[in-house]
Design a protein. Structure first.
Length: 162
């Protein structure tokens, strides 16, 4: 099993098979625009712009599960992300990342790479790095800034392009 076995809903309500991203290095992130970590959108966008032509994509999954820091509709979330943070990477429909209603992709990600205090997602901006084969390589905490592991992204891109 890999992330390519899942299909998710885009922020505009269309189904998107993650198999469409086969061969790319992915960074899957649960986001919230009103979170104290929201400035990470800037770094996520920088990395996306820097490496998208080499096969890197950020996939953002807004979630309102942590102190209701993403309360708006999908349309409102899209507007805030594009206008306030200049996001051009793919945004998906708001999801739950924990609990009985958790998005199946997130159930899989948590099973593959548990966190320091168990497998549940503890906060917004938990990041999962996926290699070009669809395998979960690493889980990064909300406090880990995306540029901190840029070197690892580049290594995975180099491996994928050999």
């Amino acid at each position: 099993m890999s992330v390519y076995d899942f299909s998710v809903q885009t922020i505009r309500g269309e189904q998107k098979p993650l198999a469409d991203y086969k061969g790319q290095v992915l960074l899957i992130v649960n986001t919230a625009s009103k979170c104290g970590f929201a400035p990470q959108f800037d770094e996520l966008q920088e990395l996306y712009e820097r490496y998208k032509d080499r096969g890197f994509t950020v996939l953002a999954f807004p979630s309102n599960q942590f102190r209701e820091q993403e309360p708006g509709s999908n349309d409102e979330v899209e507007q805030v992300c594009k206008l306030n943070f200049g996001v051009s990477f793919p945004l998906f429909a708001k999801i739950d990342v924990n609990g009985a209603g958790a998005e199946p992709l997130y159930t899989y990600l948590k099973k593959e790479r548990g966190g320091m205090f168990g497998s549940s997602i503890k906060w917004n901006f938990t990041k999962f790095l996926i290699d070009s084969e669809g395998r979960v390589v690493k889980r990064y905490s909300p406090t880990t800034k995306p540029t901190k592991f840029e070197r690892r992204i580049v290594e995975l891109l180099d491996e994928a392009n050999r």
